[in-house]
Design a protein around this ligand. Structure first.
Ligand code: FES
Ligand code: FES
Length: 128
């Protein structure tokens, strides 16, 4: 299968790889797996006192499209509010990366991961 240039770029130069301390109050952690293929994605957000996501990191054990999707999402969420981050759709990710149909679930993994990270942050701060 041919990967798009954007997938290859994010795969070869992934942005924001790494992790934050899960126990830190300003961090939300989302960990999700794709039933279709067993790939796993961890995505973390760092939220400032104004409720704005100021940083994000990921670790993905998966295919090139999953790595590219998580890399892209960590770029997109920076500077966004939690609600704005929740509104990111996998279809936007798939479109930006020109993912073929068989790789759509990789972008769903990234949407699920950011949602899980926001929920984790909200749970820590008592407003679920
Ligand atoms: Fe597991 Fe994508 S099928 S890497
Ligand atoms: Fe399973 Fe990409 S996340 S093939």
């Amino acid at each position: 299968m041919a990967y798009s240039d954007k997938v290859i770029d994010h795969y070869e130069n992934p942005r924001n790889v790494g992790s934050f301390d899960k126990g830190d109050d300003s961090i939300g952690t989302g960990m999700v797996g794709a039933p279709a293929c067993g790939d796993v994605m961890k995505l973390q957000i760092k939220v400032n006192e104004a409720g704005v996501i100021e940083d994000a990191k990921f670790k993905t054990y998966g295919c090139g499209s999953a790595i590219a999707s998580s890399s892209l999402v960590t770029e997109w969420v920076k500077g966004k509010s939690l609600d704005e981050a929740l509104s990111i759709k996998n279809t936007q990710i798939a479109e930006e990366l020109a993912l073929p149909p068989v790789k759509i679930h990789c972008s769903i993994l990234a949407e699920d991961a950011i949602k899980a990270a926001v929920e984790d942050y909200k749970a820590k701060h008592g407003n679920n």
